[in-house]
Design a binder for this molecule. Structure first.
Ligand code: SF4
Length: 280
């Protein structure tokens, strides 16, 4: 079993939901017996992305909203790697929304763990694309007027082949779901319900515990999956909404990648010749 622990402990606020996700992710990697050379982490900007210094693994800390394109590049360069994205509702559904849709549509074989705390935590509490209507923040003192984006329903409509949700307050269930998502071949989304104890006083652990219900069975069709994935005032389901193992991943559509990776294809190319040409 690899040691994923660093000497740096995360600097999240005490009680932050990120701790639960961090623990579940590490447990899932152990459960899958992944070795360090078999996966790459890509972190977006946000409190979630600060996980980058607290997991001993190969990784890249990208620009805000751009973790998915970076992960896509890594996957296409070496498709033998598992690629795991850590991002938040702000980065992935605000600045990075089109990248999110594109990855779902392409069935890009990456795992996106979306920390949904319904607020921009790192910049001290502005409303985000998933903030609830009427919720008040520093930039919205009279309450949010827009309809919140629902990442699971959105991913299902956009063609994602694995879509799930878990609650940061339940590490065993989150471990199981994250492990299934990483194992899935194709695009996988895990929306993590992540209380931000400092800047989101509305969607607290207790608020979620009153609403979270475990989905007993994965829906058989996408429309039923969307219905179950939608939040209501009374209940928010956790579990796997869709797991289509027959969907073809984007990289599998390229004949050239059937025999070796893109990196292996380009190994014999003398790049210095091209650099020389450019300089000339
Ligand atoms: Fe966690 Fe919120 Fe603190 Fe950020 S601001 S570390 S999301 S509790």
């Amino acid at each position: 079993m690899i040691n994923l622990d660093t000497k740096i402990f995360p600097t999240w606020c005490p009680g932050c939901g990120d701790f639960g996700i961090w623990a579940a992710l590490k447990a899932a990697i152990h459960q899958l017996n992944l070795e360090t050379h078999q996966f790459v982490m890509v972190y977006d900007i946000g409190c979630n992305g600060n996980m980058g210094s607290s997991i001993k693994a190969y990784g890249l800390h990208g620009l805000h909203g751009r973790a998915i394109p970076a992960a896509t590049g890594i996957k296409l360069a070496n498709h033998t790697q598992k690629v795991i994205v850590i991002g938040g509702d702000g980065g992935l559904l605000g600045e990075g929304m089109t990248h999110f849709i594109s990855a779902c549509r392409a069935n890009m074989d990456i795992t996106v763990i979306l920390h949904n705390n319904q607020v921009y935590g790192l910049t001290t509490g502005q409303s985000s694309p998933t903030s609830m209507k009427g919720s008040k923040g520093k930039a919205t003192p009279f309450g949010v007027t827009e309809t919140p984006v629902e990442p699971c329903a959105f991913a299902l409509l956009s063609g994602a082949s694995f879509v799930a949700r878990s609650f940061a307050g339940s590490i065993p269930e989150s471990t199981k779901i994250i492990a299934s998502a990483i194992n899935h071949e194709g695009f996988s989304l895990v929306e993590m319900l992540q209380p931000c104890v400092t800047f989101n006083k509305l969607n607290s652990y207790d608020w979620f515990r009153q609403r979270v219900k475990h989905l007993s069975q994965t829906p058989t069709d996408v429309y039923e999956a969307i219905t179950k994935a939608r939040w209501t005032d009374q209940e928010i389901f956790t579990g796997i909404f869709r797991n289509d193992e027959s969907a073809i991943s984007y990289h599998e559509t390229f004949q050239i990648l059937k025999t070796k990776t893109l990196i292996q294809h380009s190994e014999k190319r003398d790049l210095t010749k091209y650099i020389h040409d450019w300089v000339e």
